[in-house]
Design a protein around this ligand. Structure first.
Ligand SMILES: Cc1ncc(COP(=O)(O)O)c(C=O)c1O
Length: 386
């Protein structure tokens, strides 16, 4: 029996039954926004009910934020105290940037062309504070692992690398990059927004100093929240100037005149946390942790292989890596006018996402082989002159 006909190592039909959108369309836009599940909807309603019935329930709401941090920590092999919460990855990166001392010899920030632009923008915005930003090049949709070699030296303050490339799912060897940063005495920052939930991640094994992600993609959540892991061995030496009362040792005891830093990653917390998004984020991450990232990755390898081979056999032009050892299941094809193709596919019940010159098909744990074939058939039909 082939891997495709064997199916995933979890009850696909049972999970599909909990996602109402699947009755009407095929979501292949999970690298952008995953669909709602019964669990995430119920979580949002729990918050609305609590607000409606109690008026205000801050103890329960903050407990929910703590549970969301804990669920994120489980996903990445960290402790709940290693996690800070933000409203976006941009905000998390800005807080990290604000904790860097760029006034001395160490002013270098090494980054790649594959970063989601927002992350690179945060580093570029540090130029007035002394930052010198250098970029590892993307060639043919991937980055050569040696591209960082000449960028990292004893003047580097931070190395920032996306784990998965948003344009086509290419996966970088962030363990290698983090080791290079460490050897040069620099910190490492990883944006795992495109890999968390579909690739098992263990921050301790990767040896990274910071790792961040929001929740609305493969983590099945909604906008308004992002998490940041801070390695406990470095947290005490960092003083983010993007800060607020939740970054204090005891937010409720603090006075206006005392800046008492929390000893843990919560020193990166800022103001009132995104409570409703935390309810939904926890429920989404519980789905992923319940199934298990390893089992999801195994099914994604089957789906991704089907996309690569099916695209090739239909004459579609692949962008980036063509072997599943170096990519997520997100698969990008070069098509003329990707935005128009996205709209045409949506009208026929398949949801892809256009980005620049490519159209992305991003399956998830609930995607079937038939879904992949249907998306490829439609793309081949609607992208003439490719
Ligand atoms: C890899 C990656 N990082 C960051 C972002 C955006 O981060 P935020 O909007 O939370 O700042 C995205 C997509 O929206 C992304 O794909």
């Amino acid at each position: 029996m082939s891997a495709a006909s064997a199916g995933p190592a979890y009850d696909l039909d049972a999970w599909r039954a909990r996602i109402p959108l699947l009755a009407s369309c095929i979501p292949m836009n999970n690298c952008s926004q995953a669909p709602q599940t019964a669990a995430t909807r119920a979580a949002a309603e729990r918050y609305l009910d609590s607000w409606n019935e109690r008026g205000m329930d801050w103890d329960a709401w903050l407990a929910e934020v703590a549970l969301a941090k804990a669920e994120f920590s489980t996903l990445i092999g960290a402790a709940p105290s290693d996690i800070a919460v933000f409203s976006s990855v941009s905000e998390a990166a800005s807080a990290v940037a604000s904790a860097l001392d760029l006034s001395g010899r160490r002013r270098g920030i090494a980054v790649s062309d594959a970063e989601f632009p927002t992350v690179a923008h945060v580093w570029l915005a540090q130029a007035p504070r002394g930052a010198r930003v250098s970029f590892a090049r993307v060639c043919d949709g991937t980055i050569d692992p040696t591209a960082y070699d000449t960028l990292i030296d004893d003047r580097t303050a931070l190395v920032s690398a996306c784990h998965g490339y948003y344009a086509n799912g290419f996966i970088q060897d962030v363990r290698r990059i983090a080791a290079q940063a460490r050897d040069a005495g620099a910190l490492s920052f990883v944006d795992a927004y495109q890999t968390l939930g579909v690739v098992p991640v263990d921050v301790r094994a990767l040896g990274v100093d910071f790792l961040t992600s929001g929740n609305l993609k493969f983590l099945m959540g909604m906008p308004g929240i992002a998490f940041l892991y801070v390695r406990p061995e470095v947290v005490g030496s960092l003083h983010p100037t993007v800060t607020g009362w939740f970054g204090r040792a005891d937010p409720f005891a603090s006075t206006a005149r005392a800046l008492d830093w929390s000893p843990t990653a919560s020193r990166f917390d800022t103001g009132t946390p995104p409570v409703m998004s935390a309810y939904v984020a926890r429920a989404g991450m519980e789905v992923i942790n319940a199934i298990g990232p390893s089992k999801i990755r195994a099914w994604h390898e089957v789906l991704g292989q089907r996309l690569i081979e099916g695209g090739r056999s239909r004459g579609l032009r692949l962008h980036g890596a063509d072997d599943m050892a170096r990519k997520t299941a997100t698969t990008a094809f070069l098509v003329p006018d990707p935005g128009a193709v996205e709209r045409a596919m949506r009208a026929r019940g398949v949801l892809p996402t256009a980005r620049g010159e490519v159209l992305r098909l991003a399956p998830h744990f609930f995607t079937t082989i038939e879904d992949v074939d249907r998306a490829l058939d439609l793309l081949a039909e609607l992208a003439p002159g490719r």
